[in-house]
Design a protein. Structure first.
Length: 120
């Protein structure tokens, strides 16, 4: 049984639905997104149910640049759903800017794993 889970992209459409489903099962959820609840309308809308749960802890960080060790610490599972919003921009002229933040996010999520005894 998962006791504490990290969901990246928690304020997005898919991430917020996963957050709600996990909370509904009694799982403690750490929600990570660069959109801050209370300052971004989409985050407010998508995380409206989650923010009232004592099982939910939101973090507003950018996976590409911020240190994640403290956020990942104590999490049994990571659901990495953070991505550039919308499919079209991901495959347009901006495509060359997409892989770097994604790789940084993977590294940030997995770097603390060996210290916790995880194989990574």
């Amino acid at each position: 049984m998962m006791s504490r889970v990290l969901v990246t992209g928690a304020a997005g459409f898919i991430g917020s639905h996963l957050v709600d489903a996990l909370l509904g099962r009694g799982v403690r959820v750490v929600g990570l997104d660069r959109r801050r609840v209370g300052e971004h309308a989409l985050a407010d809308e998508n995380l409206a149910q989650a923010v009232v749960s004592p099982l939910f802890t939101p973090y507003c960080l950018d996976l590409a640049v911020d240190q994640l060790d403290d956020v990942v610490a104590g999490c049994d599972t990571v659901f990495h759903l953070a991505a550039r919003p919308g499919v079209r921009p991901s495959w347009s002229r901006e495509f060359s800017t997409t892989p770097r933040p994604t790789c940084s996010a993977h590294t940030g999520c997995w770097r603390p794993a060996p210290a916790r005894g995880c194989a990574g």
